[in-house]
Design a binder for this molecule. Sequence first.
Ligand SMILES: Cc1cc2nc3c(=O)[nH]c(=O)nc-3n(C[C@H](O)[C@H](O)[C@H](O)COP(=O)(O)O)c2cc1C
Length: 197
Amino acid sequence: MLDSRILNNFETLYNAALEASGSDATAMILATAGADGRPRSRVVLLKHFDAKGFCFYTNYESAKGREIAANPAVSLCIHWQGLGSGGGTQVRIDGYAERLSAEVSDVYFATRPRGSQIGAWASLQSQTLDSRATFEARYAQYEREFAGREVPRPPHWGGYRVTPDRVEFWYGADYRLHERECWERTENGWQSRLLYP
Ligand SMILES: Cc1cc2nc3c(=O)[nH]c(=O)nc-3n(C[C@H](O)[C@H](O)[C@H](O)COP(=O)(O)O)c2cc1C
């Protein structure tokens, strides 16, 4: 469980970032390293968070899904340029990813636009695609299959929660005199310390 001081601070920053830049503020870099140990990163959207962790949704059979299955240690990095001065604000979250329950993924899937729901069936995310036409044909096929009814969540699509054991807040300041506050989960609960910028 996240310390309430970390969660409250994150929530305050997140709400300010949403106000400053709308839904762009939900973009975060997700870094994974699979069985080969090589790090890979990409953008995903932060969809919800609470004391248990930070959640995003994706295709479980994508490259990132396979990497997480091989090695659940991940790192998130969020940059809010519009927040504060001298480089904005950065939050780094290191932890372990686990799948959200099917029920939680169902609830979120149901809120997505129908086109995105059909897209989740049509896309074999991260696999080789021989032509755009093939993808469009798959999309059309699922459109027909689900015509006149709700689109169910594909079994290969759902959420992950990243449960952190380290969170760092970085606040930009003039002359590179940035502030860094690092929180780590220890046997005695969450401890914070400052880091040189
Ligand atoms: C702004 C933005 C938001 C994105 N959000 C997501 C997302 O929430 N989930 C997702 O699976 N991919 C998202 N993507 C696409 C990923 O960056 C990535 O291309 C895709 O997930 C395949 O990654 P992989 O091959 O490493 O698994 C987003 C891309 C951008 C630029």
